[in-house]
Design a protein around this ligand. Structure first.
Ligand code: ZN
Length: 222
């Protein structure tokens, strides 16, 4: 069953994993901006060369280039029956451009909403093994016991980019970028919000139920 879906959610909400799972379930590709930029650079296309040059100069790839890449990607045969977007659009300008690309085809939008404090709590409990790099969530068990890696016996430490301040700064940027885009979509009949503070399996069920409900209302998502 085909599907055109955009999943929104803060860093740490598990958005990429959920997007991949629902894309596989519906037999459509997951299209992420990161993958697309990497593919463009290795493809050696004129657009890819431009992306490579921009990144090499330490500059941000412009909305125009991102939109052109998405336009190219959406015309590939595997996306004919739909796709799940992850990381695009990121701004209202990009969202407006996506509407133009879709040319009237309906887009389901699901926002995974997680309170900032919950995301901070998750990250605070995450540890990485100094020796083998295995990542562990201390909340899997008793946090006071999660000091030694079960795989190799190495010491579990907090990752340097997992400090509370780094996470709060990242979330501040997310909300500044994304809040206007949520405003752009949330009045539409094809917008749903799911509770992302639940376990990942329940989040997935909520996304799948939202998609099924929108399909049931014959919104033409198929
Ligand atoms: Zn280890």
């Amino acid at each position: 069953m085909a599907l055109r879906l955009l999943i929104l959610g803060p860093p740490g909400a598990g958005k990429g994993t959920q997007a991949l799972k629902i894309a596989r379930e519906h037999g459509v590709p997951k299209i992420s901006t990161g993958d697309m930029l990497r593919d463009a650079v290795t493809s050696g296309s004129p657009l890819g060369a431009l992306v490579k040059e921009t990144v090499a100069q330490g500059q941000l790839v412009s909305d125009d280039v991102i939109v052109a890449l998405v336009r190219e990607r959406l015309t590939e045969s595997d996306a004919a029956d739909g796709f799940v977007l992850d990381g695009f659009p990121r701004t209202v300008v990009q969202a407006e451009a996506l509407d133009v690309l879709l040319d009237g085809a309906p887009l389901a939008v699901v926002e995974i909403r997680v309170p900032d404090d919950e995301l901070v709590r998750r990250v605070r409990g995450r540890r990485i093994c100094e020796r083998c790099g295995t990542t562990v969530s201390a909340f899997d068990g008793d946090p006071s016991l999660a000091l030694v890696c079960k795989m190799c016996g190495g010491r579990l430490v907090q990752r340097s980019d997992d400090s509370e301040q780094v996470v709060r700064d990242r979330l501040k940027i997310y909300w500044r970028e994304t809040q206007p885009m949520i405003g752009f979509y949330e009045g539409r009949p094809t917008f749903r919000r799911v509770d992302g503070a639940q376990p990942p399996v329940s989040v997935y069920e909520a996304i799948a139920a939202a998609v099924a409900e929108m399909n049931g209302k014959r919104m033409g998502l198929r």
